[in-house]
Write a protein that binds this ligand. Sequence first.
Ligand code: NAD
Length: 350
Amino acid sequence: MSVFSLRDFADHEQVVFVSDDASGLKAIIAVHNSNLGPALGGCRMWPYASEEEAIHDVLRLSRGMTYKSALAGLKLGGGKSVIIGNPRTDKSPALLDAFARALNNLNGRYIAAEDSGTSVADMKYLAERTAHVAGIVDKPTDGGGTRSGDPSPATALGTFVGIKAAVKAQLGRDSLDGVRVAVQGVGNVGFDLAQQLHAAGAKLWVTDIHQDNLSRAEAELGAVVVAPDAIYAQDVDVFAPCALGAVINDQTIPQLKARIVAGASNNQLAEARHGSELMRRGILYAPDYVINAGGIIDVYYERTGFDRAALLAHVEGIYGTLLEIFERASTEQRPTGEVADALAEARFKR
Ligand code: NAD
């Protein structure tokens, strides 16, 4: 197969194929762009059906990290890695040892973090063998305790302020009191977000595929529970995807009654043209990689010396970044995603 001419290759600086016979490691590490700093991004372990699939995934995700970090105002580049294999059966200390050696060989050009199929515990294991790992520090919490490297609370905070920005721009309201929000997926990020929305006076509709998550949202937040397929058509102001990617597509857009799409999921638009279709219908879309950047900001602060007040202020800056994108999109009559991409490119392209 060709690699340089793939659409997803998109000017990648470096793509490293790693193989270690003894442990069975087969990994790909992609550094998309390091103009602003070392390339930081998750390490995903997945039983890809083919090598092509793994290459496409790592290139697409790595490029996305460049845009996310640039627009979040971080001195980081974009990168990602994938380990081809089943995380439940193929992961071993020897495999992680070999992956740590590969990270050391890149000398800090790429910094790994947790992703699907890898855990904070895996990252802590790697951190004993290489300095080029993030998302491992136990951080202080409001309650005086600590939390692990899990960036979900920061992601939820960023998504919350992002929804406030969208409500301000689209509905002209400063308060979320009485605003109706449908949250798709009340897991780590979605439930935390729903708690903040509830505290701000929003009314909630939720869905999930796990009954215990739904029961918790119903009991603690008074949320109305709906079936997974019914979430799109709820009569709400905001649709907040916090479960899966590609949920904004030809089937779901016609069902939407919400005037705002703003949530934490990665890759919400099935295709870029769906951003144009939302605009055509007068639905304001908060670009996913802008509104869900709280997690990468959290990881960044971990590496620069953890300062909780500075971290929270930085995450809350997502409000202003989104307002700027919404204003430009409205003035230039362009989809918000295109405006975000242009702003990011102006920062990282030399
Ligand atoms: P999670 O697994 O904790 O939560 C996802 C929830 O969605 C789960 O409760 C799951 O049961 C539910 N779900 C799965 N399929 C569903 C379906 N078809 N319909 C409704 N609900 C469904 O994951 P998370 O960490 O909360 O992340 C949520 C999303 O946000 C993901 O897309 C993730 O990539 C993205 N994201 C997360 C972070 C972070 O810091 N955790 C950062 C950036 C982006």
